[in-house]
Ligand binder design. Sequence first.
Ligand code: ATP
Length: 213
Amino acid sequence: MTEIANAPPLLAARSLSFSRDDRPVFEALDFEVGAGEALLVRGGNGAGKTTLLRVLAGLLEADGGTVAVAGTPVARAMRAGTMAYLGHLPGLKADLDAVENLEFLARLQGCRESQDVARALALVGLAAHAHLPVRQMSAGQKKRLSLARLWMSPARLWLLDEPYANLDLQGIELVNRMVRAQLDDGGAALVTTHGAYAAPPVRTRELALATVA
Ligand SMILES: Nc1ncnc2c1ncn2[C@@H]1O[C@H](COP(=O)(O)OP(=O)(O)OP(=O)(O)O)[C@@H](O)[C@H]1O
């Protein structure tokens, strides 16, 4: 118990800043999220939520500040190996089917213990579409396939950008169940939202980003 209480946060950002064309999108952000916690990143359209997650994931370079994972600062190029990022663009191969995509991604990112493609597809409700090419999938089916990919990732830290977008009610509940299971398992999740949906029922911190006029 003491050991867990003294453990460094799973993710800590210090003085994190990012600008575009010399205009700050966010400046000197300080926040952290511990094992078993979710951080809800709130803000209106254009507030910088996607930009923040892309900076954290190492897809964009910060102007300044540090990102530490489990107490160790991690350089931008190394961050993809420590986090699983669910973005707006699913990053799936359109010509491959669901199984082929997940097998390819498992080879690339590794796979969480005791998981496999068939189980992940069943979890997200795509078992009947295992051999459907991604280009023939609906937006919600693609999102579900991205969720299967997330579920298979061995990363403890999840960065979820508008995870509810394109999902029906069962899909929204699925995301919340997945987040809860990940946190129960000692992981953490950052979740962006416009605030339109209820936060998953887990221990949650909030980070509000202001829209720069
Ligand atoms: N590729 C880009 N090139 C230039 N400016 C960009 C780019 N992507 C985003 N921006 C700008 O950066 C700011 C933050 O955008 P971002 O997408 O991070 O906001 P957001 O909070 O995720 O918005 P939304 O809720 O609408 O998805 C906005 O002013 C946006 O116009």
